[in-house]
Design a protein around this ligand. Structure first.
Ligand code: SF4
Length: 230
């Protein structure tokens, strides 16, 4: 029987909702800053079974939980399980958000009617996604473009993009190129890259924040809903 990571309450994983978070570990990317390996190990050790998640969410109303965020790893790698979870949570009258790296636009299309909110990572420009995958290098750029366009075709309240400011994949030019995809009111969150075991002196910290700020100014040029978050 499969185990999941499970966070009972979150105020930050679903805009406007108090949500529970279901983690499905395993990913087809290898971002340098990823914690997926740790997640795999901890879910394997102490993850919870679906029956326990369902049992908790049956009382969602009393617990003030109004939604579920399904995240990873990359949940679209498990289409049957993902579809089942979405139907299950919708039947419980919960709103459902999906976090995705955009590698499976077919899943986004298939689930678009049942998922209330999508959050897609924009890790770098589509042409550089070859740096993040071992398989499908020939097609990953166009696949990511397809996912971007799918989200952009939805009402503005149903999706957001997120970019982790990891300088290995992102710089000011990358933000400028990604900005050109945005509508004027697209929500786009630029977030600080958190690396474990990296110590920075005061000068580096200042330089880091100045660079984040430059990226934010560029993003703001393209959408009124660009935000910077820690
Ligand atoms: S897409 Fe997310 S889960 Fe996958 S390797 Fe990158 S950071 Fe980790």
């Amino acid at each position: 029987m499969r185990r999941y990571g499970f966070l009972k309450h979150s105020l930050v994983d679903y805009p406007g909702e108090v949500c529970s978070v279901v983690f499905m570990p395993g990913c087809n990317f290898h971002c340098a800053y990823c914690h997926n390996k740790n997640l795999l190990a901890s879910v394997h050790r102490e993850g919870v079974f679906l029956k326990d998640i369902v049992s908790y969410l049956k009382d969602a109303g009393r617990r003030f939980v109004t939604g579920v965020c399904i995240t990873g790893g990359e949940p679209t790698l498990y289409p049957e399980t993902l579809s089942y979870l979405v139907s299950l949570f919708k039947e419980m009258n919960l709103k459902v958000k999906l976090d995705t790296n955009g590698s499976h636009p077919d899943q986004i299309r298939l689930l678009a009617d049942r998922i209330d909110y999508f959050a897609m990572d924009l890790k770098t420009v589509p042409g550089r996604y070859v740096e993040l995958v071992n398989e499908g290098k020939d097609t990953i750029g166009t696949t990511i473009e397809e996912s971007i366009q799918l989200l952009l075709s939805m009402p503005i309240c149903r999706y957001e993009f997120r970019t982790t400011l990891s300088w290995q994949y992102v710089d000011e030019d990358v933000i400028d190129t990604l900005g050109k995809y945005m509508h004027r009111d697209t929500y786009w969150y630029l977030q600080k890259c958190r690396l474990e075991n990296v110590k920075m002196d005061a000068k580096d910290v200042v330089a880091e924040y100045e660079r984040m700020s430059r990226c934010y100014q560029i993003a703001k040029h393209y959408t009124q809903h660009a935000h910077l978050r820690e």
